[in-house]
Design a protein. Structure first.
Length: 139
């Protein structure tokens, strides 16, 4: 009976440890995804700022740059009207307004998890420099 009791206690202890450890592991995964998304958004905003700093805007958007981004699993990155936002799973959107403004060429652009190539083009919109963002086909 002592051996069976030890097995039962070991199973109960293992279940208790898993019950406390799994939620912490999930939170760590969400934090890692959030950190990666924040870095991806920062790379996009920095690329747009460099394009604007090194070129003059035109109506045709002649100054262009291509950037490759990776959106991690469980993440979304959205380029809207003058905003850049990201979220993990179904959580809250984290928004920022980069300078110059980012504008999705065809309305709002939401990037799903995976690798993406985007064309950035510096243009004039109502007399203000903006960076247009257009998705490109994959390699």
């Amino acid at each position: 009976m002592t051996g069976a009791l030890r097995v039962v206690l070991a199973v109960l202890l293992t279940a208790a440890l898993l019950g406390t450890g799994l939620p912490a592991a999930e939170r760590a995964g969400e934090t890692r995804t959030a950190t990666r998304l924040d870095g991806t958004a920062a790379r996009l905003a920095t690329a747009a700022a460099r394009l604007a700093a090194r070129n003059d805007p035109t109506r045709s958007g002649a100054a262009r740059r291509t950037i490759r981004l990776r959106v991690p699993p469980d993440g979304r990155l959205r380029i809207g009207h003058d905003t850049l936002a990201w979220r993990v799973d179904d959580g809250a959107w984290h928004r920022q307004r980069p300078s110059p403004d980012l504008v999705a060429e065809h309305g709002r652009l939401t990037l799903a998890p995976g690798h993406h190539r985007l064309r950035l083009s510096l243009r004039l919109r109502y007399g203000t420099a903006v960076v247009g963002v257009t998705p490109l086909p994959g390699d």
